[in-house]
Design a protein around this ligand. Structure first.
Ligand code: MN
Ligand code: MN
Length: 265
């Protein structure tokens, strides 16, 4: 079984809000009659009980949204299944990892993104969606961070990569290299890691990115247990005919299939 959780939060987006509206369109594409529920790897996600949807995180006034996300992820993980969270913008990965890390003393994050999201602070906000992986590494919430598809680097990013020992495959150097993973994996997919031709519905469309096929190949090549994942930064107001939502649902299916196939016995 695989758990799903929506995290409709975009208060810390720097440029354009709208990612909070993403979970609905991704679910609509997932369950649409237009698409099947058998993965390319022949896992039938449509069989009863395979996908368990925990609904959306609620954000009551007066409660720190990071506490709300951490608690909701904690509750979903208590079911004992791998979890796929649907953003929201990329900032949500920080509180998600606070909950995930409690159950996984060994953890490698594989991040697909146009941006390294390693700013110490961005526009005065340490919770900005440009900062989550700086917070995650500062708090020791992962042992390794591997980034793929990065194509917006500056000297501050270079310094942060050095400081935290991040393993970066810049887009210009990506040739489908093996990742040499060892132990549980958390997969964080920012849809702007894909080329805007494949995934136009994002706040920061950055040309020169990964194809949908390349991302699926990365997912299918993971040979260690995938214990959690997120798909973030779908901005439905910027999408074209639901294409990016359909890509998000496709990636969700292949991640769920990989979670089932890589699960430790
Ligand atoms: Mn990102
Ligand atoms: Mn990005």
């Amino acid at each position: 079984m695989i758990s799903l959780l929506g995290a409709p939060h975009d208060d810390y987006s720097s440029h354009l809000k709208g990612a909070a509206a993403a979970p609905g369109p991704i679910r609509d594409a997932l369950w649409s009659d237009a698409y099947g529920l058998i993965t390319e790897t022949r896992v039938d996600l449509g069989a009863p009980g395979v996908l368990v949807d925990h609904g959306d995180v609620a954000f009551p006034a007066g409660r720190d949204p990071w506490d709300a996300i951490e608690a909701a992820v904690d509750a979903a993980l208590a079911a004992g299944h791998p979890l796929i969270s649907l953003g929201g913008d990329h900032a949500i990965t920080h509180p998600i990892l606070r909950a995930v890390r409690k159950r996984h003393p060994r953890l490698t994050i594989v991040q697909i993104d146009a941006h390294s999201d390693l700013y110490d602070v961005y526009q005065g906000n340490r919770r900005s969606h440009a900062c989550p992986f700086a917070r995650i590494l500062e708090e020791g919430l992962a042992d390794r961070l591997i980034q793929i598809g990065i194509r917006c680097m500056n000297p501050h990013h270079d310094a942060q990569i050095e400081r935290f020992g991040v393993e970066v495959f810049e887009m210009a150097a990506w040739r489908g290299q093996p990742l040499s993973l060892d132990g549980p994996v958390y997969l964080s997919i920012d849809l702007d890691g894909l080329d805007p031709a494949c995934a136009p519905g994002v706040a920061h469309p950055e040309p020169g990115g990964l194809t949908t096929r390349q991302v699926i190949d990365i997912i299918q090549a993971i040979d260690q247990p995938i214990i959690g994942a997120d798909i973030v930064e779908l901005n439905p107001g910027r999408d074209r005919n639901g294409l990016t939502a359909a890509v998000a649902a496709k990636l969700l299916k292949e991640i769920a299939g990989a979670m089932i196939l890589t699960r430790a016995p």
